[in-house]
Design a protein around this ligand. Structure first.
Ligand code: FES
Length: 203
């Protein structure tokens, strides 16, 4: 089964988390301006879907996936999306952000792990085991936001949506920016976090 996850810049965003596999991403352009992002995702189980209201402070809503409209296959989800771009004579376009659903998996290399930057179109890189998350992002253009790189500013707050068990122990500096609920949900400060196995990270 497939669902469509919607994000509207400046209003809310819907995150890919455990139980959801991103397949395709699309931008919705209205007279040339991006008004929404859509991700077609495959449901694996019955996960809760995190929808973040982009207010200050952000409001996190956990929506049971049973409330989302389901599509039996990818084509049905695409057809539903395409119907959005037909509205009278208006200049509306849907632009696909990922040319292909899934890249073939590279064979694992000894001593290397995979990091998937979910908020960067699912970009996947291989780095040395025990790499620092922010440094890996910088080297590989992963896109995690940052300022200080020293655990002070809070900018690099991110969420390890898969593979949290591969992250090292939470540091005291991280606790200055993250409460217990956020830590339990997989939030970390990228500049303070080292990973010893495959992880997927969003922000
Ligand atoms: S970049 Fe400032 S806390 Fe990580």
């Amino acid at each position: 089964m497939f669902v469509i996850l919607t994000s509207k810049p400046g209003q809310y965003r819907t995150e890919i988390g455990p139980g959801l596999r991103a397949v395709e991403a699309w931008d919705y352009l209205f007279y040339g301006r991006v008004r929404a992002h859509f991700v077609i995702a495959e449901l694996q189980g019955e996960p809760r879907v995190r929808v973040i209201d982009e207010v200050e402070p952000p409001v996190v809503n956990e929506v049971p996936s049973k409330f989302l409209e389901k599509y039996v296959d990818l084509d049905a989800a695409r057809r539903s999306l395409q119907s959005l771009s037909r509205f009278g004579g208006m200049d509306i376009a849907l632009v696909q952000q990922t040319p292909k659903p899934a890249e073939p998996e590279a064979p694992p290399e000894p001593g290397k792990i995979a990091i998937t930057f979910v908020s960067n179109g699912g970009k996947r890189v291989r780095v040395a085991k025990d790499s620092n998350l922010l440094r890996a992002s910088l080297r590989e253009s992963g896109g995690i936001p940052f300022k200080c790189g020293a655990g002070l500013c809070g900018t690099c707050k991110c969420r390890i949506v898969q593979g949290l068990e591969h992250a090292d122990a939470v540091k005291a500096k991280e606790r200055k920016h993250l409460n217990e609920a956020e830590l339990a949900a997989g939030y970390r400060m990228a500049c303070q976090t080292f990973v010893a196995g495959d992880v997927s990270v969003s922000w």
